[in-house]
Design a protein around this ligand. Sequence first.
Ligand code: SAH
Ligand code: SF4
Ligand code: F3S
Length: 454
Amino acid sequence: MTRKLFIKTYGCQMNAYDSARMADVMAPHGYAIVDAPDGADMVVLNTCHIREKAAEKVYSELGRLRALKQEKAAQGERMIVAVAGCVAQAEGEEMLRRSDLVDIVVGPQVYHRLPELVARLGRDGKALDTEFPTDDKFDAMPETKAVEGPAAFLTVQEGCDKFCTFCVVPYTRGAEYSRPVSQIVAEARHLVDLGVREITLLGQNVNAFHGAGVDGEAWGLGQLIRHLARIGGLERLRYTTSHPRDMDDELIAAHRDEAKLMPYLHLPVQAGSDTVLEAMNRGHTADDYRRLVGRIRAARPDIALSSDFIVGFPGETDRDFEATLDLVREVGFAQSFSFKYSARPGTPAAAARKQVPDDVKADRLARLQALLDEQATAFAQDCLDRSIDVLLEKPGRYPGQLIGRSPYLQAVHVVAPDHAIGDIVSVRVSEVMPHSLRGELVSTARTPIAAVAH
Ligand code: SAH
Ligand code: SF4
Ligand code: F3S
């Protein structure tokens, strides 16, 4: 009998990857993915704990599930509700105790054990697993059977040892860990066999990746990228999220030499004041960041940079905030994500005395976002009339229209009735829309380079 499994994903790309793997783990047990929770036999909420608002969403979603769970029970069946991800790791035990809705709590390091947890439930029991085990969850998981499109995620590194004073990730995801090169290469090849053309390598600190390479040497992310780039049929590589401290020469050189490595880099700086950066425990100054950007741009002049920013970190003064605006003006970002500081339980900054009032945070965020929006628009305008390669990823709204991504990660809409999803086409950009570009086809699809390195 097929059972219906609904997975809702919050938070970062690593959670998106984990959700897909949870589906892989449950598939051999008869669970097939559905796109709505109504009537589902199992609902997994794969949660995020990064800011207060992210965590609150989980509780309101649980509220919405109550009626559906009751409906199912009225038919004599059970809707198993599992909470996974970072909220599960941080507050799962309490959730299980306090909510009659939650049946399973499973942490990000042990979701390969979901079938066991389901089996352990019995008729009306509950189950929790938030261990940080020593065995490798990736070894215990079945291969992905199908992919959603030509662009896929592949986790290469997990966890974080950096302990920025605002951040929950080192607590919810545990210590830094890199997957073995052979495992990563096998997964990348498998994805390409399933039709994937672009892989984004993921890690909470992806450029902290390190391991023994196929040549027996110690490899960093740069070497791993060079090696993966040799897989025939794989056309594009990206990686996220990087820490400025871990951008080594080899990785920067890969941006210069490796045509398959896309010219887009998410390199969060968080703030532009050295006092704030130090209080955040970021381990670099604003000038370190400026110099680093200089080296990256020297290697790859057209690279599009993106960043995360936090405004209103405890103790941030008007002058500190002005330093952030200065840094943004100097560097110039193609895209950015900015947030009001949110005090997270258990993190050092949450206990700081000088919390910034919410109205001040709101005001700073609005000013920063206005500047970042201006820069993002300028970057998009720069693409007008230029021809860019677009990997077609999904159908558009109109017949013949397809939506893909530029090398700079912009969504591009193009009418290309003779092309298929997975083709890379050249598009002349004719219009800048709020969150995407529109353009016309200028050439036929490039034939993929024949598989060589398989
Ligand atoms: N590993 C990445 C960030 C992961 S969290 C890095 O080191 O940059 C994604 C973003 O959420 C962070 O870059 C930060 O800008 C934001 N963030 C994390 N904790 C936050 C908090 N307590 N309040 C507001 N924003 C936060
Ligand atoms: Fe969080 Fe800092 Fe680690 Fe990024 S580097 S995950 S912000 S602790
Ligand atoms: Fe959120 Fe956890 Fe990712 S807190 S951002 S889901 S690592």
